[in-house]
Design a protein around this ligand. Structure first.
Ligand SMILES: *[C@@H]1O[C@H](CO)[C@@H](O)[C@H](O)[C@H]1NC(C)=O
Ligand SMILES: *[C@@H]1O[C@H](CO)[C@@H](O)[C@H](O)[C@H]1NC(C)=O
Ligand SMILES: *[C@@H]1O[C@H](CO)[C@@H](O)[C@H](O)[C@H]1NC(C)=O
Ligand SMILES: *[C@@H]1O[C@H](CO)[C@@H](O)[C@H](O)[C@H]1NC(C)=O
Length: 339
């Protein structure tokens, strides 16, 4: 759904994107069991993004929203001067907010923030600890990673959803090799707890739904996440094993992660798992930068998902009213990469 390349974005057909996402959600849901090999390894911290680092180590995307949202993505200096990107003195958390004070015309654009890590990665354990995510009708928050020349170097959506969605949707978008699906073998005791929405990860401008797994835990997204004081999401990207994703409610965060000595093989069944046996990980995913953003309406939140979510009126009218965005903010305790 997302892309880093502004050139590519300009050429992208937004209507086909919207169609693809709806297609993904229309897939029948079923529980899947796959083999998951454990790599018994204690990961070491490589990069900790916390406090003022968010303002030094991330770039601010200022192009028009590639997903057609009703947002103006602000530069670093504008985001800071308008109070939409700051560090809380009391707890060192980083806030990335949607403007919740200005009146905007219906169908207009509201200020928001989209940041991209300057560093890129080729594997490891990616962790975000947040106490709040943007919520409510018309919002579309996401924490994801993406490589160059989308979709050839792939995309990994770790946190994503729209409107009043109650559970998190995790998605891989694979590039040109096409050998990437969610495996369906029953052969191991290892499982993942989420529900498969689409099995083919291959994505193009015309068919970019990717392979999604929806978390079953209502503390994994939206108001449920925020009411639980948030929690942690982790992506373990291991070329030889596959991609695993976990969500932990705050009370369930593994002690080894809190101690910055995580051993994910002790963490239990992940919410989502994409096995290297059914997906050529190293061919499809490389040189990924991390992205945190919030858009409004756009292809997914503003499409048929808007009315089907039970949200009132039209999405593009929602944007006019500042009070709809009081809770549309990320409050991030830290983002860390371990290797
Ligand atoms: C905020 O986080 C940074 C990075 O971990 C750390 O260096 C700094 O000491 C923290 N500040 C406070 C007030 O805790
Ligand atoms: C996996 O196990 C379930 C339940 O035992 C069964 O219904 C299903 O057919 C199995 N799938 C495969 C691919 O073996
Ligand atoms: C994973 O594969 C990518 C792409 O081929 C490669 O650049 C990277 O070094 C591999 N990562 C590890 C940890 O081997
Ligand atoms: C703005 O939104 C709030 C909350 O949804 C609602 O109570 C209020 O009536 C709206 N105001 C206008 C002018 O639409």
């Amino acid at each position: 759904m997302h892309s880093l390349s502004k050139l590519f974005l300009a050429a992208l057909s937004l209507t086909t994107l919207a169609g693809a996402h709806q297609q993904s959600r229309a897939h029948s849901r079923h529980r899947t069991t796959v083999r998951r090999q454990s790599t018994n390894k204690i990961y070491k911290i490589q990069d900790l993004y916390q406090g003022e680092d968010f303002f030094n180590d991330w770039n601010y995307f200022t192009g028009s929203d590639p997903t057609g949202g009703n947002v103006n993505y602000l530069s670093k200096s504008d985001a800071q001067s308008k109070g939409l990107a700051y560090v809380n003195d009391c707890d060192n958390s980083t806030v990335l907010a949607v403007d919740s004070t200005s009146t905007v015309a219906a169908g207009g654009k509201r200020d928001s923030v989209r940041i991209t890590s300057q560093k890129s990665y080729n594997g490891g354990l990616f962790v975000i600890d947040a106490s709040n995510m943007p919520v409510g009708c018309s919002t579309w928050p996401s924490f994801w990673t993406v490589g160059p020349n989308w979709p050839s170097a792939g995309e990994i959506d770790i946190i994503e959803g729209v409107n009043d969605q109650t559970t998190n949707q995790m998605t891989l978008h694979s590039g040109t090799s096409q050998s990437c699906t969610i495996g369906k073998s029953n052969s191991s005791t290892d499982q993942f707890t989420g529900q498969v929405l689409g099995t083919s990860c291959y994505s193009t401008e015309n068919a970019d739904a990717g392979c999604s797994v929806e978390d079953t835990d209502t503390s994994s997204f939206g108001y449920g996440f925020n009411n639980a004081d948030g929690g942690v999401f982790a992506l373990l990207w291991d070329n030889s094993t596959g991609m695993s994703m976990w969500h932990f409610a705050r009370a369930d965060i593994p002690a080894d992660l809190t101690a910055q000595m995580p051993n994910p093989s002790t963490w239990g069944t992940p919410a989502g798992f994409w096995s290297s046996q059914s997906c050529d990980i190293s061919a499809n995913f490389y040189d990924h930068q991390m992205v945190v953003d919030t858009t409004i309406c756009g292809n997914w939140a503003g499409g048929s998902a808007y009315s089907s979510s039970g949200c009132p009126g039209k999405c593009t009218d929602m944007v006019a009213n500042a009070t709809n965005y009081v809770d549309a903010q990320w409050v991030i305790n830290y983002i860390a990469v371990f290797q």
